[in-house]
Design a protein around this ligand. Structure first.
Ligand code: CP
Ligand code: NVA
Length: 305
């Protein structure tokens, strides 16, 4: 059987909905021991910090009967110049899958190219596919459907924006992205998402107006303004994004039963106020919990053969 990588949300083109349903099923039976991935070992290579992705992947593989090995790149020979390609060839002989969080998407592609085992993108500068499975699982739980919804992402046109556009496009959800001028998602990703959305009967709208996005929204989503690795842009970006804060006034434009989502970590007082993050409309901690269940779904799909 040929291996399957998940480097992009679009690598789940055929079965994103199925993986979400499986994840919802696994959530119902959280403490049942499946043992379906007995003896399977997942390597975790993380170049950047993580609270949710690392922990949930470790617990997920454990609850499925396998286990994880955490690899800090600065303690590997990678940090001393061994190539990604040689690393991939060697790790393929020990492990059953690798989750890789990288600064540069090209390195994730390179690792996938040089391994004979599945590689999962655990976030890079272009995408965050695992987050999307948890996010749309949460949408299904809270709204019961993917279609006839206005999903509004208000914030930076970053990795989250790209992956959310691809997820919406695959599931037929109408999506708005509102970003300041100069911070919109790159047109190559918007065009790609629009092509997929067309096949599933949905639309992707890009705007610079946060109120247009918030108006009658079913879902309001945001992410940090300064992603990992962008710390030097802090001053410039905080200024540019000021009017894009998710606060009580902005969400008053949304539907009464809208849900607030955020992949977390949140920088409270910047992209979102406490009033919104802690409101009854906020589902951020259910969303975070779903990282665990959805990663079990993804790992099961990739490794149970
Ligand atoms: N949402 C997310 O990926 O969080 P971490 O950076 O904590 O893994
Ligand atoms: N855009 C953020 C997402 C964190 C989960 C980052 O890349 O830092």
């Amino acid at each position: 059987m040929s291996k399957r990588d998940i480097l992009s949300v679009l690598d789940m083109e055929k079965d994103l909905g199925e993986i979400i349903d499986l994840s919802l099923e696994l959530k119902k039976n959280r403490y049942r021991s499946y043992d379906s991935l007995k003896n399977k070992v997942l390597g975790l290579i993380f170049e950047k910090p993580s609270t949710r992705t690392r922990t949930s992947l470790e617990v997920a593989i454990d609850q499925l009967g396998g286990h994880a090995v955490y690899l800090n790149p600065s303690e590997m020979q990678l940090g001393r110049g061994e190539t990604i390609s040689d690393t991939g060839h060697v790790l393929s002989r020990f492990l059953d899958a690798i989750a890789y969080r990288a600064y540069d998407h090209r390195n994730v592609v390179e690792l996938a190219r040089s391994t004979s085992i599945p590689v999962i993108n655990a976030l890079d500068d272009v995408e965050h596919p695992l987050q999307i499975v948890a996010d749309f699982m949460t949408v299904k739980e809270k709204k019961g459907r993917f279609t006839n919804l206005k999903f509004s992402y208000i914030g930076d046109g970053n990795n989250m924006a790209n992956s959310l556009m691809f997820g919406s496009a695959l599931l037929g959800t109408d999506m708005y992205v509102a970003s300041p001028k100069g911070y919109e998602p790159k047109s190559e990703f918007v065009e790609k998402a629009r092509n997929v959305a067309k096949q599933h009967g949905s639309t992707i709208t890009i705007t610079n107006d946060p109120v247009e996005a918030a108006r009658d929204a079913d879902i309001i989503y945001t992410d940090v303004w300064i992603s990992m690795g962008e710390e030097s842009k802090k001053g410039e970006k905080e200024k540019a994004f000021k009017a894009y804060q998710i606060n009580e006034s902005l969400v008053s434009n949304a539907k009464r039963d809208y849900i607030f989502m955020h992949c977390l970590p949140a920088h409270r007082g910047l992209e979102v106020t406490d009033g919104v993050a802690d409101s009854i409309n906020s589902v951020i901690f259910d969303e975070a919990e779903n990282r665990l269940h959805s990663e079990k779904g993804v790992l099961y799909k990739l490794l149970s053969y």
